[in-house]
Write a protein that binds this ligand. Structure first.
Ligand code: GLA
Length: 635
């Protein structure tokens, strides 16, 4: 361990020396000295509410939205947290050419008819929602045109007029539109889609046929290499900046809807409050698994203020309708456990009580809204059954979900170790409210096809005086995950194409993020292992990474570090460093095949711990996998 004063002296000397030399490039792994995770917007817990798309597609109107809003209030759903009432695609009429101001389709939103035929305002609409104790959400596109203009060509509510009038997306109007939607109209939430920068290439027949302005695609959903990631990110950042400028009170939510493309699963957390991790959900079991998987391995990228978004709920429709309550409960529970936004997509004016009972299960909602923001981590994984464990912020309690993904009954055995507990554990089923004990080391449950069981678990923790870092992903910011070249993630369930036949070769992996940081697994989904020793707890990440951890009053950090046995780069050495508020506290160098070394550091008064793993003298770009085994904050 190095003394902070000695380090400060070394740093001073280094600064003095470098003053005379040419400015070196900034060290991307240098400790920040403080938490740099994004804090903009208002999403301390995952947003909850309703959105018109899964219920009505573009056939949305004011009566439907207000009818839904009334049910949210009258049923008590609002008081449970479902406060956002979000309009999706279909609200717009045209962009006024004289000054670029957007016009509402007042034929379907009559309250917006104010100030003559050429002006319209959503202010009466948002005022009404606000007066009901709700918040209002609007929808736009990052490009010039929207998804409906490409995919819903028979929609009754497509934008009208000249080419310019039908350019209803943000392209060229970011400041103007964001100011209009937030400062003038009073919206609180915005979903920004990406069709305008994806499907409006000049070669598309519908672009010619409908006379749209062509936009050379920045996103190729099937190819990360053919996607201009920095350009996509920069466009979404412009919107983030405009939102901050138009919302001095900071009360807004920014939803990035780039469907897992453009490597958004890695940078979404730094730009928005939620970001879609996959293509659209449909009301099919297999598709639900697909969008769920796209978020369920990404616990370390979510936390208070920023959430993985596997898309809106489809409870009430298709495989999740009132005749399939097992599937509906599972879908809802899965979203709750992984801290997904809980956005209802059903016509609530006609909702059967059995569905209302799902959205209003207070205990399941409570898991999702827990202030710790710790997305559930996989304790057991297979294509057939999975176990997810979520730490609740009282730190003694866990929620655990057992999932049968398959089409036959499955036996699932739960152990205290999977909960990072020892001895007897008290379980409360959060659907039936029945209590039971997990004694004698395990308990086996038989689950029907597509069934899940969700328990709250109380027991003696493995770490009586602390938390493993993999138990508290919401307290970690992956500042750099070491991924050099974004790769498609192959462990997302691939459904047969829900939009067409099986005439092409099938759904290929396409969401960037493979090789990203993982809790209790390596970046490539192996068990954390250093020189043959397996760690059930820990963080797996690539070298040339930096993590920030909120010390939260803990006084000690400890980990067993080393190059993971699964690394493809067997040659390069790794320097592991632990910083406390920017000061180096501990350091070790490790090579492949070397036993894990203990790193421990005193955290007196430290607010932010930073964990840096740096390849010492890189000779290769092959992924260098490192393990922070048993990494923990202790008393
Ligand atoms: C895209 C989005 C959906 C929805 C539609 C609207 O497909 O991913 O969530 O907003 O556009 O056209």
């Amino acid at each position: 361990m190095l003394k902070a004063t000695l380090l400060a002296f070394t740093l001073l000397a280094a600064t003095a020396l470098s003053a005379t030399a040419a400015q070196p490039a900034a060290d991307p792994l240098a400790p920040a000295g403080h938490w740099t995770g994004a804090t903009a917007g208002r999403a301390a817990t995952p947003p909850m509410g309703w959105n018109s798309w899964n219920a009505f597609r573009t056939d949305v109107d004011e009566a439907k939205v207000m009818g839904t809003a009334k049910v949210l209030v009258d049923s008590g759903l609002r008081d449970l947290g479902y406060i956002y009432v979000n309009i999706d695609d279909g609200w717009w009429l045209k962009r006024r050419t004289s000054d670029g101001r957007m016009q509402v389709r007042t034929a379907i939103f009559p309250s917006a008819k104010v100030g003559g035929s050429e002006t319209s305002s959503f202010r009466p609409f948002t005022d009404k929602l606000h007066s009901m104790g709700l918040k209002a959400g609007i929808y736009t596109d990052i490009g010039g045109n929207a998804c409906s203009q490409a995919y819903d060509l028979h929609s009754p509510n497509l934008p009208e007029g000249t080419i310019a009038e039908r350019q209803i997306g943000l392209h060229g109007h970011v400041q103007q539109d964001i100011k209009l939607y937030f400062a003038d109209w009073g919206f609180d939430y915005i979903k920004v889609d990406a069709c305008g920068i994806n499907v409006y290439g000049a070669d598309r027949p519908f672009v010619k046929q409908h006379k749209y302005n062509a936009y050379p695609p920045l996103i190729d959903q099937a190819s990360i290499n053919r996607t201009n990631i920095p350009a996509v990110r920069a466009l979404y950042q412009q919107v983030a900046d405009a939102l901050a400028a138009s919302n001095p009170d900071g009360d807004y939510v920014y939803s990035i809807c780039a469907w897992g493309a453009a490597n958004v699963r890695a940078w979404g957390k730094d730009v928005g409050n939620l970001w879609r991790t996959s293509g659209d959900i449909t009301p099919q079991w297999s598709r639900m698994l697909h969008t769920f998987d796209s978020a369920s391995t990404r616990a370390l990228y979510a936390g208070p203020g920023h959430w993985n978004d596997p898309d809106m709920l489809f409870v009430g429709h298709g495989d999740f309708d009132v005749h399939h309550l097992t599937e509906a409960r599972t879908h809802f529970s899965l979203w709750a456990m992984i801290d997904a936004p809980l956005i209802i997509g059903y016509d609530l004016r006609n909702a059967p009580q059995a569905l209302m009972d799902i959205w209003s299960n207070k205990d399941i909602v409570r898991l999702n809204q827990d202030s710790g923001g710790h997305q559930a981590v996989m304790a057991y994984d297979s294509d057939d059954v999975q176990i997810f464990v979520k730490t609740l912020s009282d730190s003694g309690t866990k929620a655990v979900l057992l999932l049968n993904r398959g089409s036959g009954p499955a036996e699932i055995t739960l152990t205290p170790a999977q909960l990072k507990m020892v001895g007897d554990v008290a379980l409360t089923d959060l659907w039936s409210k029945k209590t039971m004990m997990l004694t004698g080391g395990e308990r086996t449950f038989t689950l029907q096809p597509r069934e899940s069981r969700v328990f709250e678990a109380k027991g003696k923790r493995q770490l009586a005086d602390g938390m493993y870092l993999s138990e508290i992903p919401g307290a970690i910011n992956i500042a750099r995950d070491g991924v050099i070249v974004p790769l498609p993630d192959p462990i997302v369930h691939r459904m047969s194409n829900p939009w067409g036949a099986t005439t092409n070769s099938g759904e290929r992996p396409s969401y960037g993020g493979w090789g990203g940081a993982r809790a209790d697994a390596t970046p490539y989904d192996q068990a954390l292992t250093v020189d043959g020793k397996v760690f059930a707890s820990g963080i797996g990440i690539l070298a040339n990474s930096r993590m920030e951890v909120k010390a939260a009053g803990f006084r000690h950090f400890e980990a067993k570090v080393g190059v993971d046995d699964s690394t493809r780069n067997l040659k390069d050495k790794v320097v592991f460093q632990v910083f406390g508020d920017g000061h180096l506290l501990a350091q070790a160098t490790a090579a492949y095949g070397q036993a894990a070394q203990t790193l421990s550091a005193d955290l007196a008064n430290v607010k932010t711990v930073e964990l840096v793993a740096r390849s010492e003298a890189p000779t290769s770009d092959l992924p260098l996998v490192v393990t922070w085994g048993d990494a923990a904050l202790r008393e």
